[in-house]
Design a protein around this ligand. Structure first.
Ligand code: ZN
Length: 321
């Protein structure tokens, strides 16, 4: 491997099963990256050691002084002001854990910590699809829905750092109970698992139209996921299209609420489900004015995020850039 140049920052993306770490240059380009397993179900120390191992693997061939800071994005809830991880459901090893301080002590570098949605929103604003915009709303649609807002170049954290939980904005108070305990959050209605669930119901109700989706799921209704819906849609399947149309119907009022609340100058969508829904972006924009009072809603660009699977690395680095 070639030596790492000066002027880089390190982005570390911690998830429930893996850690991604990379060096990011001043233009937001990821110049090197590694993946490492996370140990989320053991002791707090074992989880921390997994983070150290990932950082060590990335820096093994670089000089110790080659980078100037470490930015970490981790699953919330966390406190970005103190760098403390509070009680994330998918990283049970850490409860009120001072992650930023522990990493700073080990590597003697400034360390910033934020949640995935906020960090990715900042990376898109600094270097990605929202570059040059001032009031940015970002959403990642995948297994869950994470969001972040960047106002005048800064993440909007709210009073306690708990702002931007846009995935848990309710659009149906009589809807299904979300993991968070509320009813009808957009996450429980429109994230990947909800798309899979809706597809399974349709496949069971209309087996005659389900051949394509079932083909991708190897004939097993119970194993149909949003990925199979995406594959079937690309292959021209009408049932898959209906499932995605229904998802769009749920997302439009939610985005209308966001536009009325924030008056953003751009909406950026990231994550695997957003890539699947990109062919519907025009339709979403067309329908949006009916779901908000903002008279200029139709002028707000709705774009796919620049960073895909590397959003966490770029997001971590953006916290320090
Ligand atoms: Zn919720």
């Amino acid at each position: 491997m070639t030596p790492v140049a000066q002027g880089l920052v390190m982005g570390v993306d911690i998830g429930g099963t893996k850690i991604a770490a990379g060096f990011v240059d001043g233009d937001g380009k990821i110049v090197r990256q590694i993946r490492h397993p996370m140990v989320a179900n053991g002791t707090a120390e074992a989880g921390l050691q997994a983070v150290f191992d990932a950082i060590n693997a990335l820096t093994s061939s670089a000089s110790k002084d080659a980078f100037g800071a470490i930015g970490i994005c981790a699953p919330g809830p966390l406190d970005p002001k103190t760098g403390i991880v509070l009680n994330p459901p998918n990283v049970p090893c850490w409860r009120n854990f001072p992650l930023a301080q522990k990493v700073a002590e080990k590597y003697r570098q400034p360390v910033k910590l934020d949640n995935d949605g906020n960090a990715a929103a900042l990376a898109e604003t600094r270097w990605g699809a929202a570059h040059g915009y001032h009031y940015v709303f970002y959403a990642t649609l995948g297994t869950g829905i994470g969001t972040g807002s960047v106002l005048d170049g800064r993440i909007y954290h709210g009073n306690t750092g708990a702002a931007a939980e846009g995935g848990h904005v309710t659009i149906d108070y009589r809807g299904p109970v979300c993991h968070c305990g509320k009813r009808g959050c957009i996450e429980i209605l429109a994230a990947g698992p909800a798309i899979g669930k809706r597809a399974r119901a349709k496949v069971e109700a209309e087996p005659a139209r389900a051949a394509r989706i079932l083909e991708f799921a190897k004939g097993n209704v119970a194993s149909v996921t949003s990925e199979h819906v995406a594959q079937a849609y690309v292959a021209g399947d009408l049932l898959a299209r209906e499932v995605l149309e229904e998802t769009v119907e749920l997302l439009v009022p939610w985005l209308g609420n966001i536009v009325d609340l924030l008056d953003p100058d751009i909406l950026v969508m990231g994550g695997g489900v957003s890539s699947t829904l990109q062919p519907f972006f025009g339709e979403i924009k067309e329908r949006l004015p009916r779901w908000c009072v903002n008279p200029r809603a139709s002028e707000i660009p709705l774009v796919l995020a620049h960073y895909g699977a590397d959003a966490g690395i770029a997001g971590g680095a953006a916290l320090c850039a």
